[in-house]
Design a protein around this ligand. Structure first.
Ligand SMILES: *[C@@H]1O[C@H](CO)[C@@H](O)[C@H](O)[C@H]1NC(C)=O
Ligand SMILES: *[C@@H]1O[C@H](CO)[C@@H](O)[C@H](O)[C@H]1NC(C)=O
Length: 443
């Protein structure tokens, strides 16, 4: 008798599940969802009634849980973004219109996590620690999963692997990484390598090498995220139809800017752009024909790089950043400018504070160029770098990261950049507060 009852309940549940499924409409045509529907049987085994539960309880549970289960278990392959967008939207509508059962939150987090963000960096010479600290800052604060693309000189590659694999499991669960050798697809490799810092010209070739990647954020190794990478990533969606890359100005004040005073080649806008933090829609870069001063009908990105270099190599000082400035000088409609707080450098404070955005909302991405993480010229930058580098992954962030930064900042108030601590601390405090709140809510 009891067994009969159980079987009947199971059959009824499965029936309701299928009904809900097909009432759900056109989504059932998606083959990936069909697979899930088949798996549904096994997935819902936890939801079978205990003897004390009535049939109505079970129905109510299904109405809540089945759609949630479907969303949570959807394995979104990279590149299937359109589908995942629609599904995400359903999930949030679901979460809003239903009473907030404890399933709703993790489900939203999970689907959000499935849209992977790509982060590329090029590391040569003694940049191992710096690169790992950058990657750590991206991981500590970001919400979605990250895929790191690390281009490294041969001796560094095994060291990256070794160090990354020592990170705690909780951190490893949030990212994947690939390590690539330094390669140049066109021209003379040695010549490219000599251009500017060792290996920096590699970034120009990302659209050609990472053919399967739609979009990525490129950063220099001396960059630190002080807020979720998700926030800069979302700017990709703000591009208009002709924009395919985003950077910050090289300088805020033309009078003291380098390009505006010294450049002997064309550059973007009034002060040029800094390429240390660069969003790129690679799909668009690969399909665009770029105007230039050599071939009137234009050239693809891949075909443009070498002739451009040949033409300007005796006039450029900062290597590949200069080439980017030349490209966007001739194609200004392709560039999205983000404000200086997304690429905050010593230049923004060592001649007096000149980055308005950072004064208002704090630094979002810190860029310690000029080697300031490793000497004592700008201790404000070094304090932040040291604190993130030394932070033990799983400690309380306020106690072991924010408070040490705040305390050590007191020693820098007599320096040019340290006398405006709120610029450095505002955003990072906000970030930690939200990470903290998220953790409390989750557990
Ligand atoms: C990049 O551009 C392509 C082509 O316009 C577009 O389909 C894709 O959604 C864009 N990527 C992002 C992340 O916005
Ligand atoms: C996109 O924005 C850029 C920069 O503001 C502008 O130059 C360009 O004309 C815009 N493109 C379109 C299609 O509106």
């Amino acid at each position: 008798m009891r067994i009969h009852g159980k079987v009947a309940a199971i059959a009824a549940c499965f029936g309701i599940f299928l009904l809900l499924y097909f009432l759900g409409g056109n989504t059932a045509e998606d083959p990936r969802l069909k697979v899930l529907a088949e798996k549904g049987e096994e997935a819902d085994s936890n939801y079978f009634p205990s003897p004390s539960e009535t049939k109505r309880d079970v129905e109510a549970k299904f109405a809540r849980k089945v759609p949630a289960g479907v969303v949570a278990r959807l394995e979104e392959p990279l590149g299937g973004r359109e589908k995942s967008k629609t599904i995400n939207r359903d999930a949030s509508i679901n979460a809003k219109s239903k009473p907030r059962s404890n399933v709703a939150r993790p489900v939203i987090k999970h689907t959000r996590a499935e849209e992977v963000m790509h982060l590329a960096v090029v590391a040569c010479g003694n940049r191992l620690d710096e690169t790992l600290t950058m990657a750590k800052s991206a991981l500590l604060f970001s919400l979605r999963r990250i895929r790191f693309h690390i281009f490294a000189e041969d001796p560094l590659a095994p060291q990256f692997k070794e160090r990354l694999n020592q990170w705690p499991r909780s951190a490893l669960a949030k990212f994947q990484y690939s390590i690539y050798p330094i390669t140049f697809s066109v021209g003379n490799a040695d010549e490219w390598k000599k251009l500017f810092k060792p290996c920096a010209a590699q970034r120009l070739f990302l659209p050609v090498i990472l053919k399967e990647v739609d979009s990525l954020l490129y950063v220099d190794t001396d960059v630190l995220f002080l807020r979720p990478m998700d926030d800069i990533w979302s700017l990709l969606k703000s591009f208009n139809s002709t924009q395919l890359a985003a950077m910050a100005p090289e300088h805020e004040v033309p009078k003291i800017g380098w390009y505006s005073r010294f450049a002997r080649h064309p550059f973007y806008g009034v002060t040029g752009v800094n390429s240390g933090v660069m969003l790129m829609n690679l799909t668009r870069i690969r399909s665009t024909i770029f105007k230039n001063s050599m071939i009137p009908s234009g050239l693809s990105w891949e075909d443009l790089l070498h002739p451009l270099y040949q033409k300007y190599k005796n006039h450029i000082t900062w290597g590949d950043q200069d080439l980017l400035n030349i490209i966007f000088h001739y194609n200004p409609e392709c560039l999205f400018m983000f404000p200086c707080q997304w690429n905050y450098r010593p230049d923004h404070c060592m001649y007096g504070s000149n980055c308005k955005g950072a004064e208002e909302e704090g630094v979002s991405i810190l860029h310690g160029n000029r080697g300031v993480y490793h000497d004592d010229k700008q201790p404000a930058f070094k304090v932040v770098y040291d604190a993130i580098r030394e932070f033990p992954f799983e400690d309380n962030m306020f106690q072991s990261l924010f408070y040490p930064i705040q305390t050590k900042f007191l020693d820098t108030v007599n320096t040019l950049c340290g006398r405006i601590p709120q610029v450095f601390l505002k955003q990072i405090e906000k970030t930690m507060r939200s990470v903290f709140e998220e953790k409390v809510v989750q557990h």
